[in-house]
Write a protein that binds this ligand. Structure first.
Ligand SMILES: Cc1cc2nc3c(=O)[nH]c(=O)nc-3n(C[C@H](O)[C@H](O)[C@H](O)COP(=O)(O)OP(=O)(O)OC[C@H]3O[C@@H](n4cnc5c(N)ncnc54)[C@H](O)[C@@H]3O)c2cc1C
Length: 416
């Protein structure tokens, strides 16, 4: 049996773990990334590909009665829940609701703002170093509205966003047709957010970042994070031929992070919002130029390299419950009316789980009671966006540099 040594073990090779590994490596640390599968095959594979630097208001729990009643009936496409799993998620939903007051929403927005503003800049640097410029498109994305009420609400949100330094272009139906000639529907208007980046292969981007990490001398190993245990002077993880030991370990396991923090006694309220996707061939070589969110119908179409990816909103269920892709079933017929979608590329939809804390902020920083244990998880709807920026923040904290953003709102202590 052999014991291998390194400076830092990063558990989880999604966008969050790979980005943290790269930032630590840039600061002179010997880093080993450990995952039970290849980099970028977890949640980071299946998202909508948006580097969402325009999304400055977090997705909080709705507080108006109309929305609450709609969701309670469980017939909408944007939100679905598995009633049988209610005991597992209702206590979390109560905390989410409580964190979603207007003041709480603005607190979370202001805390995340420096990370969001940094998000595309950090990706651009890594994309250039990884040599994959074709994986970043500067199209922005379009949010479509079909009712006057939802357009009016969005215009009010646009004003708030403008106050935070983010601008969007309001489109009337003619302007929508000019930008996306093949869309069909009775739209009241749309907002084009021009600044977000679009990644047409999110899993491929994580692989490209992991390749860059390996080219620079980093190692990517298969392993099970659940074998983590304290060792003399640090932490140890099981390997087929023995063990890997490091002084520091980073938990970047996305929705599975509780596998490590719970046995160590941390009661961090990590919940999940599950989400599905499925790819479709475009009919007659139809081209979708931007990712498009059909806001009133609750789904998004994104022109990925693999095909047109339809992604769904949130499903509340146990993380590991069997798939119940009713949101795919409800939205595909509507999406076919919006855009000429051909046959499905995969027989079954993909299922993933957005890792969420009730205040919609990630946990970044040291574990309060275990020296050498660091947290970097809970990136909710914006993990692809925030992975590199939070990787920088974590690496700065671990190496004693001055952090570029105030880390206090992300501390695990906020739940003690
Ligand atoms: C439908 C959908 C659409 C989305 N759209 C967007 C978007 O447009 N823009 C955006 O910014 N974000 C989006 N997101 C959110 C984003 O995808 C996530 O926040 C992000 O992928 C989380 O990254 P992560 O690295 O924390 O987790 P993951 O990518 O899940 O990585 C965690 C890793 O841990 C590994 N792991 C788990 N258990 C173990 C174990 N025991 N041992 C070893 N390894 C283990 C897994 O294999 C996995 O590779 C979307 C999410 C969904 C579901």
């Amino acid at each position: 049996m052999t014991t291998h040594k390194t400076d830092v073990i990063v558990l989880g090779a999604g966008i969050v773990g790979v980005s943290a590994a790269l930032h630590l490596q840039q600061r002179g640390r010997a880093v080993v990334l450990v995952d039970r599968q290849q980099p970028g095959e977890g949640t980071s594979y299946g998202n909508a590909g948006l580097i969402e630097n325009a999304s400055v208001i977090p997705y909080m729990f709705p507080r108006d009665l109309r929305h609450l009643l709609r969701y309670a009936l469980n017939r909408t496409a944007d939100v679905h829940y598995r009633l049988i799993d209610a005991p597992s998620f209702v206590p979390w939903l109560v905390r989410y609701f409580l964190a979603s007051s207007p003041e709480g929403t603005m607190r979370s927005a202001m805390a995340a703002l420096p990370l969001i503003k940094r998000s595309l800049i950090e990706h651009e640097a890594l994309i250039a170093q990884a040599g994959v410029p074709e994986l970043l498109r500067y199209t922005g994305w379009i949010k479509l509205f079909r009712s006057e009420a939802s357009l009016a609400k969005a215009l009010a949100e646009l004003e708030t966003a403008r106050g935070l330094g983010v601008d969007g272009t309001v489109l009337d139906p003619a302007a929508i047709a000019a930008r996306e000639p093949l869309l069909r529907g009775a739209f009241t208007g749309a907002i084009h957010w021009p600044t977000p980046g679009f990644i047409p292969d999110p899993g491929g981007l994580v692989r490209a970042y992991a390749d860059l990490f390996e080219r620079r001398g980093g190692r990517v190993l298969l392993g099970d994070a659940a074998t983590l245990e304290g060792a003399r002077d640090g932490w140890r993880i099981a390997q087929p031929d023995g063990a890997l030991v490091a002084r520091d370990v980073v938990v970047a396991l996305g929705p599975w992070s509780d596998q490590v923090f719970r046995p160590l006694g941390y009661r961090i309220p990590l919940g999940v919002k599950r989400g599905y996707h499925q790819h479709f061939k475009p009919r007659d070589n139809a081209v979708l130029r931007h990712p498009v969110l059909d806001a009133d119908r609750g789904y998004l179409l994104a022109p990925m390299n693999r095909g047109i990816r339809l992604t769904t909103g949130a499903e509340f269920a146990r993380r590991d419950a069997p798939p119940t892709p009713v949101q795919i079933a409800r939205t595909v017929p509507v999406a076919r009316e919006l855009f000429p979608l051909g046959e499905a590329i995969e027989p079954q939809p993909w299922l993933g789980a957005r890792p969420c804390l009730p205040d919609m902020l990630p946990v970044i920083g040291r574990a309060p009671r275990h020296p050498g244990l660091w947290f970097d998880f809970g990136h909710q709807h914006h993990g692809l966006t925030l992975g590199p920026a939070t990787g920088r923040l974590l690496a700065e904290l671990m190496t004693g540099e001055t952090p570029f953003a105030d880390p206090t709102p992300f501390a695990a202590e906020r739940f003690s």
